[in-house]
Every structure is written in structure tokens, then in C-alpha cells.
Design a protein around this ligand. Structure first.
Ligand SMILES: NC(=O)c1ccc[n+]([C@@H]2O[C@H](COP(=O)([O-])OP(=O)(O)OC[C@H]3O[C@@H](n4cnc5c(N)ncnc54)[C@H](O)[C@@H]3O)[C@@H](O)[C@H]2O)c1
Ligand SMILES: [Zn+2]
Length: 349
């Protein structure tokens, strides 16, 4: 994987942890406490031998307000220049460790061991850290790639069903972005993803491969990478309007369906581009129909999306051929009405 900071490796490994004897400095671990518990047999010997910061993975945990505590733990563990932060967890632990590595002592090396499907198939590459400030989601951030990513499929065995669906949401997203035909392929194998670990692994790698091509072309998100935001303007607004009652990748799944619906009503999409993806997206987002989403709150949150330009919305929508691209449009009555109609009549149940 290429980045501004040089190339970095993604290893698909047979062991839960990377070889610590290859670390260029002392290790400080930042670990999802639930992963530490569920995989204690494999992890405890290491966690007990190195200074370890344990984190309960919630949205509140990646809020700026928590960082003084994290810094204190790392400093009392003796961290210094040349040491390496090894992060073991999902996207929350990734964002925290990445932000710490970017800023502590003006920058430390970090390694990442992703333990959720979302992190293994999507967030582990791409360099970004995104930190919340109070209830402002992902407002602070850096581009700080890890020096090494270590993917062990065994972590997925302890994931809850909802976290699997959340990861699959991002996998559906990158495939939809690559091409309508790529989405059709993963949609065809959708049930198998949950039944056959081999099929899941194949699509995890395929998702990373697609993301790698897009990110290498535009690491700093100035152009082509913007399409990775498909499902995210709506998805982030859903997360904020529901106070994070819906996991990220499932909110993104609903967000893609909503984007397709809005594009069908307001253009440039068609009934066909909406229907093509609908069954798979509705299956992946099933079970959250009772979580209240108020249309006004949602539209207000979309209006605040950091990707907008002035008062104009910058949406990522399918065109008439199903290709995903950027569409600029006013945040007007018609847009609000389309969102309202989706929530009343078309939301997956
Ligand atoms: N920086 C990026 O590029 C990027 C990209 C996408 C998402 N994100 C962020 O990532 C976060 C979501 O991350 P996520 O979906 O990976 O989940 P997460 O880190 O929030 O973890 C979800 C839940 O799964 C648990 N968990 C983690 N690994 C487990 C395992 N192996 N077995 C059992 N339970 C396990 C956690 O304790 C937590 O309860 C969001 O805050 C999102 O904004 C960041
Ligand atoms: Zn995402």
C-alpha cells in the first residue's frame, strides 16, 4: 500500500498478533478491552508484558475530551520517541491510536491489528484518523498511515451479528463504487458471506483491493476519493439523529439506499438504479426499522456535513447507469421532501 509517508504492508496472517521482535522500538498497546477479554488466551501474555491502554469502544471514547487520560496512561507507561503504538481493535481504537500516533511527540510509528470486519475490510487502509468533539462527529483528524497492518480472520469469530452486518455495509459500498457489476457480484454471494468464512475472506481482500486503488490515487481526499463517501452523508446524519443507536456500517447501508432513493426522485438516478441494490441493502439493514429517525433532524444534519460546499449539498449518488459520482444540488424543499418520503415509506424494516 502506497502513502505519502511511504509504503506500508497489509499482512493476512495466521496469528492474532504481528511479530513483536520486528518492532523498531518499544511497544505500547492500545487495545479494545472487549477484544482483550474475548481473546485473552492469545493476547494476555503480550498485554501483560507491555504497557497497555485498554479502551471501551464507544463513540464517546474517541472524543477529544478523553485524550488527556490516554496521554497520561501512555506517558506513565514510559512512552518516548522511537516507540511504537500497536493498536488492537476496531475503527474506534484505530481512530484513537492513529490520532495519538500522529500527535504525541509530534508523531510516532503505529501498527494496526484490526479486529472488526469493518476495520479489516475497509478502515485499516487509507491513513485517516477521525476524532469527535462533543457530539460533533469525526471533526478532528489527520492522515497518518500505520507502518504495518496485521489482519487475522480469527477475530471475526467473536463478532456480534450486528457488527458483521456493519462491516458488510462498507464492503457493499466499495463494490458499488467500483462498478455496478462488482456490486451485483457481492450481492449474489450476500448470504454466503455469513455462512462461509472462505467467501468472506475473498470479499474482505477484494474490498481492500478496490479501496487501495482509490486511496492511492487520491490519499488526501481532494477528488476521486470523495466517492468513498457514498452512503456517508446520509449515514452520518442517521448516526447523529439516532445518537449512534445504529452501528456505523448499517447506517451507511441505509444511507446508500436513501441516496439511491433520493437520486431516483430528484435525478440523476432511475427506478432501476434504486431497485437493483434495494433487496441486498434492505437485508443488510434489517432489524433497525423501529429506531426513530426524525426527518427534520436528519436533513439538518446532512446540511452540516463537512463535505458540503457553502450552502450547496455535495451528495454521492448513482447516475442513470448506476455509476457512483458526486452531485451538487441545493438543500431545498424538494430534497427535504424526498428524505421525508424515504423515511415514511421506504426505510428498511
Ligand atoms: N478512520 C477511518 O478511516 C474510519 C473508517 C470507517 C469508520 N471509522 C470509525 O470506526 C468506528 C466504527 O468502527 P467499527 O465498526 O470497527 O467498530 P468499533 O470499534 O466501534 O467496535 C464495535 C464493537 O465491536 C467490539 N469488538 C471489536 N472487535 C471485536 C471482536 N473481534 N470480537 C467481538 N467484539 C469486538 C467493540 O468492543 C465494540 O463493542 C466509527 O467511529 C467510525 O467513524 C473510521
Ligand atoms: Zn464508513
Amino acid at each position: 500500500m502506497q502513502s505519502h509517508a511511504g509504503p506500508y504492508r497489509v499482512d493476512f496472517a495466521g496469528d492474532p498478533l504481528p511479530p513483536f521482535d520486528e518492532l523498531p522500538g518499544g511497544a505500547h498497546l492500545v487495545v479494545d478491552e472487549q477484544v482483550g477479554r474475548l481473546h485473552a488466551a492469545a493476547l494476555s501474555p503480550v498485554l501483560d508484558s507491555f504497557p497497555t491502554l485498554r479502551i471501551g469502544a464507544t463513540e464517546a471514547a474517541k472524543s477529544l475530551e478523553q485524550f488527556p487520560d490516554y496521554v497520561r496512561v501512555l506517558v506513565s507507561g514510559g512512552i518516548r520517541r522511537g516507540d511504537v503504538i500497536v493498536a488492537v481493535g476496531g475503527g474506534v481504537v484505530q481512530d484513537i491510536a492513529c490520532f495519538l500516533a500522529a500527535t504525541l511527540m509530534r508523531g510516532l510509528e503505529w501498527w494496526f491489528v484490526p479486529t472488526t470486519l469493518l476495520a479489516q475490510a475497509d478502515s485499516c487502509i487509507g491513513s485517516k484518523s477521525s476524532i469527535n468533539v462533543g457530539d460533533l462527529k469525526n471533526l478532528l483528524g489527520t492522515f497518518t498511515p500505520p507502518a504495518r497492518v496485521h489482519v487475522w480472520a480469527g477475530y471475526l469469530e467473536t463478532l456480534e451479528e450486528r457488527e458483521l452486518h456493519s462491516g458488510v455495509g462498507e464492503m457493499l459500498k466499495v463494490h458499488a463504487i467500483e462498478a455496478p457489476g462488482s456490486f451485483d457480484r457481492i450481492a449474489h454471494d450476500y448470504d454466503l458471506l455469513f455462512e462461509d468464512a472462505g467467501v468472506m475472506q475473498r470479499y474482505v481482500r477484494a474490498s481492500l483491493e478496490i479501496k487501495r486503488r482509490i486511496v492511492e490515487e487520491d490519499e488526501f481526499d481532494r477528488g476521486p476519493r470523495n466517492v468513498m463517501n457514498y452512503g456517508h452523508s446520509f449515514g452520518h446524519a442517521i448516526e447523529s439523529a439516532t445518537r449512534f443507536a445504529i452501528p456505523h456500517g448499517i447506517a451507511v447501508t441505509i444511507g446508500m439506499d436513501m441516496a439511491n432513493f433520493v437520486s431516483m426522485l430528484l435525478g440523476p438516478g432511475t427506478a432501476e438504479t434504486y431497485e437493483r441494490m434495494r433487496t441486498t441493502l434492505a437485508a443488510n439493514a434489517a432489524g433497525y426499522g423501529d429506531v426513530a429517525i426524525e426527518a427534520g433532524t436528519l436533513v439538518e444534519a446532512i446540511g452540516k456535513d463537512k463535505k458540503n460546499v457553502g450552502s450547496e449539498l455535495r451528495l454521492v449518488l448513482p447516475d442513470e447507469s448506476g455509476r457512483i459520482g458526486i452531485v451538487r444540488r441545493p438543500n431545498d424543499e424538494a430534497f427535504s421532501a424526498a428524505c421525508d418520503e424515504y423515511l415514511r415509506e421506504a426505510r428498511p424494516r
